[in-house]
Design a protein around this ligand. Structure first.
Ligand code: PA5
Length: 421
């Protein structure tokens, strides 16, 4: 994985960069010091090592659910599902008909979705993995009630006991108590890891293993990329990314547009947005994280990016090689004049589109960085997860906000409670 920030030199001077890098190093050092002093919410920094003893149990549980179930429903919201969603959707084929089918629930209050989901699993053998640190998150709790009732009625209490898994706090909370009372198997959300930093704990690893992907490789990617006991200097790319983000904010580029040229990375963009949005957006500060999938969105938002208000910079998640290749075929009539591109692979044309787009956006005043991975697999996704988590925490330290709380999320919840009284 590399960070390519050569285009940024057009927007940022060497002196500005040096100054920001100094701040980033100090922020990183303070994070490492906090970690070494057992600071709160920093368990994710060493999770790639700490999770290893649990991997056998996670894989054992995953393989039982895979064997028994036609479908597995992952019930959770925010950090409790987005990491798994990001990795599973990135690794799955676009039209895979997997067994078990992986379904998601409890991440909205859509009544239609819940009813359609119940209809979809009707008559099939299904399992439910409910993930909630607090156990009282409304979206998740309501969906879990509906699914539990349905499962008990349809498949019986014995099946439910063996095919409902709860991932929650090890000692307390509503979901912990429900699991204890009903004898459901549990995995823990470590108490020093918040939701959006939890993908490399059982929160993400169990659903990813159930989907049939190699969680050891995912963890290995994160572990190799950075280990807390290595020095701050090992994190050069992370510090450069955080420095550039900080400079962009100072220059009025308040929107970071996360760009993918591979639609199966849309889920990863959602995870990235939550990580940065919930961590950074507080105290009247923070970049607004948004995302697009090109070339699709070049035909909708591309116009704004090229010529609209100059408030944007872009971070492109670039993949060097796809899984398979298809060439543009030649046709006899050549009415669309595409024969001149025949024998190019579609993947090559997509990579040229990326190059052309970056060049056009930079020329149009949109600073652009690229985070490049050789291909989409478990190992490189693990690296990316760790890269962005650490960069996010460093960015927050640089602007002086707490990366690990989300006080603003409570306000809408209080209003819901008030109206439902
Ligand atoms: O990142 C976070 O902390 C949040 O997005 C939570 O994961 C989300 O609100 C769900 O909370 P809980 O796991 O308590 O249901």
């Amino acid at each position: 994985m590399i960070l390519d920030n050569q285009n940024m030199a057009l927007f940022v001077s060497d002196d500005e960069l040096k100054e920001a890098q100094g701040k980033a190093v100090a922020a990183m050092q303070s994070l490492v010091d906090d970690y070494n002093n057992n600071g709160d919410w920093l368990g994710w920094m060493s999770i790639a090592a700490d999770i290893r003893p649990q991997i056998d149990d996670i894989e054992k549980c995953a393989s039982k659910l895979r064997k028994d179930s036609d479908a597995v429903i992952i019930c959770g919201i925010g950090g409790s599902y987005l990491g798994a969603y990001a990795v599973i959707t990135a690794l799955q084929g676009y039209f895979d008909k997997n067994k078990p089918e992986i379904l998601f629930a409890g991440n909205s209050l859509s009544q239609d979705y819940l009813i359609d989901l119940c209809d979809h699993v009707e008559g099939r053998k299904y399992s439910v993995v409910c993930i909630s640190k607090s156990g009282t998150t409304m979206e998740t709790a309501i969906a879990f009630r509906v699914l539990r009732n349905k499962m008990e009625d349809e498949l019986g209490m014995e099946w439910a006991k063996e095919h409902i898994i709860c991932i929650t706090d090890a000692e307390k909370g509503a979901l912990h108590d429900i699991a204890a009372m009903n004898g459901y198997a549990t995995f823990e959300v470590p108490n020093n890891i918040g939701g959006r930093y939890s993908v490399l704990s059982a929160v993400g690893l169990l659903p990813i293993a159930i989907a049939g992907f190699d969680i050891r490789q995912l963890v290995a990617g994160a572990f190799d990329f950075y280990r807390p006991h290595r020095g701050v200097e090992q994190c050069e790319q992370i510090l450069n990314y955080a420095s550039m983000r900080c400079l962009m904010s100072q220059k009025g580029k308040k929107v970071e547009n996360f760009v993918c040229f591979e639609p199966k990375l849309k889920g990863f963009s959602e995870w990235w947005k939550q990580l940065f949005g919930e961590s950074e957006g507080k105290d009247g500060k923070g970049l607004f994280p948004t995302s697009v999938t090109y070339t699709t969105d070049l035909h909708s938002l591309g116009q704004y990016v090229q010529q609209g208000d100059r408030i944007l910079f872009e971070t492109v998640l670039s993949v060097e090689k796809g899984n398979r290749e298809i060439e543009v075929p030649k046709t006899k009539d050549n009415i669309d004049n595409m024969n001149r591109y025949s024998w190019y692979t579609v993947g090559y044309i997509n990579s040229v589109a990326e190059k052309g787009t970056v060049m056009a956006h930079v020329a149009g005043g949109v600073p652009t960085m690229r985070v490049v991975i050789p291909k989409i697999n478990e190992y490189h996704l693990g690296q990316l997860i760790y890269f962005f988590e650490l960069a996010c925490a460093v960015s927050c330290k640089m602007t002086g906000v707490n990366p690990f709380d989300q006080p603003g999320v409570e306000d809408y919840k209080a209003n819901i409670r008030k109206f439902l009284k």
